[in-house]
Ligand binder design. Sequence first.
Ligand code: HEM
Length: 518
Amino acid sequence: MDKDDQQELTNRQGHPITDNQNIRTVGRRGPSTLENYDYLEKITHFDRERIPERVVHARGAGAHGVFEAYGTVGNEPISKYTRAKLFQDTGKQTPVFVRFSTVVHGNASPETERDPRGFAVKFYTEDGNWDLVGNNLKVFFIRDPLKFPDMVHSFKPDPVNNISNPERMFDFLSLTPEATHMVTFVFSPWGIPANYRQMQGSGVNTYKWVNQAGEAVLVKYHWQPLKQGLRNLTAKEASEIQAHNYSHATQDLYEAIKRGDYPEWELCVQIMSDDEHPELDFDPLDPTKLWPEELFPFLPVGKMTLNRNPENYFNEVEQAAFGTGVLVDGLDFSDDKLLQGRTFSYSDTQRYRVGTNYLQLPINAPKKHVATNQRGGQMEFRVDRAPGQNPSVDYEPSSLGGLKEATQSGNDHEPEYHAKLVRQKIDRTNDFKQAGETYRAFEDWERDELIQNLVGTLSVCKEDIRERMIGYFTEADSDYGRRVREGLKDELAKRAGQAHTGTAEADRAVDDAKGMGG
Ligand code: HEM
């Protein structure tokens, strides 16, 4: 086929399209007929162009790249802690795909929202895929997955009128004391990273590493931006960007990669022995807590560079499916309840959002061979069969030339459990201490912004909601609580004065607060 023929427009049956301007009609002025196959194919495909957007993290941008292992952790060979092959050899390269996102609003919402940012990485390793599905912030709002749908509902627009209402969000948060630490981060400038390149990433949840002998340690993952640095925005800077650009972060990432200015992050881990650590005043499995760096230092294990833009947003970014269940040999789950709840949720939503065979799509399929006995289902287009496998055998065990179980590469990690089956909180909830430490660790301008953002948003909430939040901030740090209380007093007095004189400023102040993304 010569090049000109390849440019020729066809339909999906391979039929040449000789007229893409006129449907077939009875006479020049119509009516049209039902056998307009090319038109019907074109319009019905168009009618189905969108798939459901992600229920959270709908707005995102992605890029391809490479992860290069250091082969060590601290001064030790990494094999002491994990047998995961991608980490073992110095300089070993693994291809990756990353998707960054905002959380709450839809897939055309502004990227300047006050919101955590998603930081999801798919490693296409020689042992199959590993997904590290993280956020930019190192802690989370809740520690029990049963609360997740309620939390997300309260952050999303009001179901009656589809308008964002911070009173709904703070209604939930003011009855969720464990969220105080995360609220402190989200309402500070850390809640609006300047773009996707200049932010950190974190796995948030606690995982395990398992070595050849089957011994495990607890581990937390963190991405540190390298040459591009770290930058957050004030609320004013963000609203200036939002006034003229809804896609500044996607654009920034795309353009940086296009001009060869490849963003880089170092992957660091914190390691703890695998036990309950009664000496700590928090539970190591609690995702609302930081592991103090002075006790559990950040140990670099490799570097990631993003160096290739997607060729098609829908195929690569929209249909990408990440999940916390996607681990490789040498990596394991901890008993972190939030992690376990997440792990069911991701593949469940992806079977609905993308389809039963979502793992056959090129962006989601591993780069090693796949041989399963799974057959059929909507949109299956390939049989995942091994070379030489008897095509009639789609079951195991079999003596007729089917697939065989793989050999184990190390000892299993087999933790023992002796406990009652209960519905109970963890013991060391300690909901406020780290929120206070984070408040005090901020720079002055970050603290000023935090107070101002909280005052603006809480001022549109009912008094009992405001009081509960002030109570939490005071427990975290008395200065924190006092500043929010005084700020609210001034703001409400100002509003009352403006409402009395009926100024437009009063309406505008309320509108500003309603714009908060959560
Ligand atoms: C996306 C559930 C907590 C990070 C999602 C999606 C669901 C979900 C259903 C949409 C996935 C898709 O359509 O492909 C949950 C549940 C949680 C939880 C049930 C808690 C119980 C977290 C936490 C983090 C996080 C703690 C951060 C560490 C992400 C990211 C995405 C995402 C980054 C977007 C992935 C992408 O780019 O496709 N989550 N999530 N989630 N979640 Fe969570």
